[in-house]
Design a protein around this ligand. Structure first.
Ligand code: PMP
Length: 330
C-alpha cells in the first residue's frame, strides 16, 4: 500500500484478543492496539483531532506553531503530525517522565521545555506554562488537550465506532484516564449504542478519579509510576464520559501484569496498558467463565519506558520484584 502521509494512518487499529488472559478468566479480553499508531500511542488520535479543529477554525495558519503541555505522548503525536504538515511545535513537559519520550521529542526537532513537576495551582505547572507561551508568541496555538472538546470528539467519532464494529457484543469497557479524552468519547459513543455496556474507570494510585466515581469526592492517595494517566481535577473531556464504576490498580499488580503479557502474549506494553489489562483481568475474574467481552486499550509500547522497566536497579529502587507467574495462579 502506498500512502502520502502518516496523517491518514492514525486510527483503524486492530482489536487484539489477549488469548492467555482470556483463557485464565473464561472471558474474552480484547485490547485495542493503539501502540500501532504512527506516533506510537493512543494520543495520535487526539493530536489529529485537535490539529484538524485548529485548522478548521483558522487559528492554526500554514507555518504556524503548535504549543502543548503534555506527559509526552500527546507531544509526540503532535510532533509527528505537526512536522509532517509544516508546523513548528513547542512542548512543555514535566522533567520526571521516561527519557525515551524526551529523546524522541528532541529527535523530532521540537522546541522542548522540561519543567519541574509542581501542583496544578502553581503557575509554573506545565499546563499553565504552555498556555502562557502561546499567549505571548504570535502565530501559536495552544492545543489544551484537557479542555479541548476535539480530544474526546475524535474518540467519539473513531475509537468508539471501531470498537463497536469489531466487537458488537461488548459487555465491558475499562479504561484509564489522563485528559479523559479516550474514556470520554469512547464511552459516550458505546453507551449510545447499548446502555447495558458497563464502563469501568481504571485508576492508578495518586489519582482522585477513583474516589470521585465511587463516592463523588475528588480525593487522591499515594502515588504511581504510571505516566500520562491519573489526575486530581475534573476536565471537560472526562466530564463527557459515562461511567458506571471504578477500579483502583496498584503499581505492584500492573508491573506483574506487564511482564505476564510480555512473556505469555508476546506484547511488551507501557504501564498504562498494563494497568488497563489489570482492570480487564479483575473484571474477568469477577465474571469468571461467563465468556463476557471485556475491551480495553493498549495505549503505547513498553519500549517507550525501557530505561525504567528493563532496568533492574530502577525496579529495585522502586520496590518492585516482578512476579508474572502470580497472574496465572490467581
Ligand atoms: N496512556 C498513556 C501512555 C498516555 O500517555 C495517556 C495520555 N496522556 C493515556 C493513557 C490517557 O489518555 P487520555 O488522555 O485520552 O485520557
Amino acid at each position: 500500500m502506498a500512502t502520502h502521509s502518516q496523517w491518514g494512518q492514525v486510527g483503524n487499529t486492530p482489536l487484539l484478543l489477549l488469548r492467555q488472559l482470556s483463557h485464565l478468566t473464561g472471558c474474552h479480553i480484547w485490547g485495542k492496539a493503539e501502540y500501532l499508531n504512527p506516533g506510537g500511542s493512543v494520543k495520535d488520535r487526539a493530536a489529529r483531532g485537535m490539529i484538524t479543529a485548529a485548522e478548521q477554525s483558522g487559528s492554526l495558519q500554514p507555518g504556524g506553531r503548535i504549543v502543548e503541555g503534555t506527559a509526552g505522548n500527546t507531544g509526540i503525536g503532535l510532533a509527528h503530525l505537526g512536522v509532517e504538515r509544516g508546523y513548528q511545535v513547542s512542548i512543555f513537559m514535566p522533567n520526571n517522565q521516561a527519557n525515551e519520550k524526551v529523546e524522541l521529542l528532541r529527535a523530532l526537532g521540537v522546541d522542548l521545555h522540561l519543567v519541574a513537576p509542581c501542583p496544578f495551582r502553581d503557575s509554573a505547572h506545565f499546563y499553565h506554562q504552555a498556555r502562557q507561551f502561546a499567549e505571548t508568541h504570535p502565530g501559536s496555538v495552544w492545543m489544551d488537550q484537557f479542555e479541548n472538546p476535539a480530544n474526546a470528539q475524535i474518540h467519539y467519532e473513531t475509537t468508539g465506532p471501531e470498537i463497536f464494529q469489531a466487537c458488537p457484543q461488548i459487555d465491558f469497557l475499562t479504561l484509564a484516564s489522563g485528559t479523559g479524552g479516550t474514556i470520554g468519547g469512547t464511552s459516550h459513543f458505546l453507551k449510545q449504542q447499548n446502555p447495558n455496556i458497563r464502563v469501568v474507570l481504571a485508576d492508578p494510585q495518586g489519582s482522585a478519579l477513583f474516589r470521585f466515581v465511587r463516592e463523588g469526592e475528588l480525593k487522591a492517595e499515594g502515588s504511581s509510576i504510571t505516566e500520562g494517566i491519573g489526575i486530581s481535577r475534573l476536565t471537560a473531556n472526562f466530564k463527557r464520559a459515562v461511567i458506571d464504576d471504578a477500579l483502583q490498580i496498584q503499581d505492584r499488580d500492573l508491573i506483574d501484569m506487564l511482564f505476564f503479557v510480555a512473556q505469555n502474549e508476546g506484547l511488551f506494553l507501557g504501564t498504562s496498558s498494563a494497568l488497563n489489562l489489570c482492570a480487564a483481568w479483575q473484571l474477568g475474574l469477577a465474571h469468571r467463565g461467563s465468556g463476557k467481552n471485556i475491551v480495553t486499550v493498549l495505549c503505547d509500547s513498553g519500549t517507550r519506558y525501557a530505561s525504567k522497566l528493563l532496568n533492574k536497579d530502577w525496579l529495585n529502587q522502586n520496590g518492585f520484584n516482578p512476579n508474572p507467574g502470580r497472574i496465572a495462579e490467581t
